[in-house]
Design a protein around this ligand. Sequence first.
Ligand SMILES: Nc1ncnc2c1ncn2[C@@H]1O[C@H](COP(=O)(O)OP(=O)(O)OP(=O)(O)O)[C@@H](O)[C@H]1O
Ligand SMILES: [Mg+2]
Length: 407
Amino acid sequence: MAKDAKYTRMIAGLDIGTTKVTCAIGRFENGQLDIIGVGNAPNSGMRHGVVVNIEAATEAVKKAKDEAELMAGVRVDSVWLGVGGNHIQSFSSGGMIAIRHKEVQQEDVDRVIEAAKAVAIPQDRQVLHVLPQDFKIDGQTGIFDPIGMAGVRLEASVFIITGSNAVITNAIKCTQRAGIKVEGLVLQQLASALAVLSADEKNLGTTVVDIGGGTCDMITYYQGSVIHTGLLPVGGQNFTHDVAIGLKTTQNHADGLKRKFGCALPEMVGEDDAIEVESVGGRKPRTLMRRDLCEILEARAEETLELIHTALNDQGLLSKLGSGVVLTGGGSLLHGLVEMGDFVLDVPVRRGWPERVGGLVDVVRQPSCSTVVGVMMYGLSLDKELRPGHEIKATDWTRKLKNLLGV
Ligand SMILES: Nc1ncnc2c1ncn2[C@@H]1O[C@H](COP(=O)(O)OP(=O)(O)OP(=O)(O)O)[C@@H](O)[C@H]1O
Ligand SMILES: [Mg+2]
């Protein structure tokens, strides 16, 4: 995007989700990210976080972009794009170098990260992120920022995230066909975590679970670094589908009932509460007990949380979650889910949404906007002019950017 004033950055993010595409436009000024335009469009071109119909997804991207542009009164030429799906793989890797001038400089850090990422990646995959986890100088571990420290040997461990070329190319194609250039890619759950987690949560150990329409995208931070990413192929659409089958109604109506009257804990709703349920095939609407709806949702919520629990347990992560689990994404809005999560996951659970942004806060301080806001934050974090050492003034900006990013 065009950069207007010297210390103002315009940035746009795009999240192509299973149920909807969101495009957001932001202005980073005085250390604050203000969202000035947001567009949403339903998306029928995706399954489980992956594009399956380019035409449909492209249309949705166009609509979301047009709506965001209209609201912001600026044009979007390029975006940071969120990518995800079950093709994503991640692993840790290490590297070692000799420190050139007895004291670690940025150039040494760049070299050791280069060394750590020198692993064979299959030709059909590409590296999305190389995230530093920990630095070691002459055997001393636990160094997060090695610059300026003395020593002769610098080691780094990094967390590498890769994705399938074909799947990523399709997501990029939808964006380009909608007339938008892709500035960079961000893993969706990394973006969500950037938007919702505080620095303390990242240090103490927290898993973010973004419950979208088609998938639960997971990412775990421990001691300030990403240590795991994962995905479960279930999401809000499964809840809706269960309601549609159980109450014999359309998917659309079932989704509305879930949002308006749904609750994962039936005992939280009144015993006598009734709801009107549309029928299919021209039959008359029926009046049913609200608890019937909630019992259907309870079963699916319990199963989903059990799957999350098993996934965390299998990876040995539960004991590392000093700050528990943060649920975000549209699916996390289901009433009672957080309360049930406390119980099933046996760690503290909270709901998360982007809190550190300004502007259209009513629109974006929503769990379903975590990804798109985080995508913009990630884009800002890579803005060369806001990085340390670029300009004297930039130091202050970098500090403010760090506050925004919760690092
Ligand atoms: N108030 C609510 N209560 C329960 N579920 C809700 C509520 N609001 C939205 N949802 C559900 O959230 C889901 C959509 O979430 P979100 O917008 O985060 O998904 P997405 O980004 O399109 O999908 P994905 O991340 O899986 O690709 C839908 O299944 C929707 O029914
Ligand atoms: Mg999503």
